[in-house]
Write a protein that binds this ligand. Sequence first.
Ligand code: SF4
Length: 335
Amino acid sequence: MSNISQELAYTDEVAKATAPIYDILKDQYALSYWETIAPYIHEINKLKREKNAVILAHNYMTPDIFHGIADIVGDSLALARSAAKSDADIIVQCGVHFMAETSKALCMDKKVIIPDMKAGCSLAESITAKDVRLLREKYPGVPIITYVNTSAEVKAESDICCTSGNAVKIVNSMESDTVLMIPDKYLAQYTQGHTDKKVLTWEGSCEVHERFTPEDILKFRAKYEGVVVLAHPECPPEVLAEADYTGSTQDMINYVEGEKPDRVVLITECSMSDNIAAAHPEMELVRPCQMCPHMKRITLPKILEALKNESPEVILDPEIAEASRIPIQKMLDAS
Ligand code: SF4
């Protein structure tokens, strides 16, 4: 990283090429800081064109990545689906490891790189393929619905996948009166409240969303009159009970762009608010900061190094990839 920084300078060329991006981000970054990151943005944007690479950025990436270098932004599944349609040779996954695996499974012909192999996820790590096999033995005949925030090996043992946006729809599409929804207990509890089926679950949770409390929301309402509260279904039920609306990251974006609230707070990872604030300066975003340490491993210097070296590469066993694609495809067909 130090060698790269020595090569990069805020030249007139960099300033000119990145001016339209800074126009979007000027309320997020002081000019003095921008001058240190703009050379990375410029270099990455040049290199990705030279290498026919596509950069996928999750909604939880910081604004410099999200607005500065990404070709496709969205939630994990939207990213992978878009990647599958692209004619790029290289996919740079700006997100966590399970997302890169999903991209790889859907695009086995492409090279998928992730700027930091250690970018994990508490939810994905809460369950293994062996756990799923044991659940199947314990609950014979009960379909296993697996959240996309899991490893490819776990997906490969599952009947169908779901996202936070389509979980209720997927559960209701199953013939069985009882289903197992893994691994997020809070998403399963939220889904239980919106279906007549019995939803069994697993003791997994997101370390970011479970930190929010109902008191946080009460404080926001007291301090920011009229604030609209949107919460992610990975939050505990007592938090969702205090929110005005519950939905996935994409649902939240659709809500703010459709309803255009004057003042809004997103009960989710904090970069999402920064990205929406940059795109909608007319809107007041109240910003609680619960940061995902795994997502924050992905930085501009690491992305530049990964793109230069085309490494670290995500490798997936072809049999696991094939088996994991089946429940993903079933979900796509059902939704
Ligand atoms: S925000 Fe939560 S679910 Fe998303 S990657 Fe971080 S730990 Fe995992």
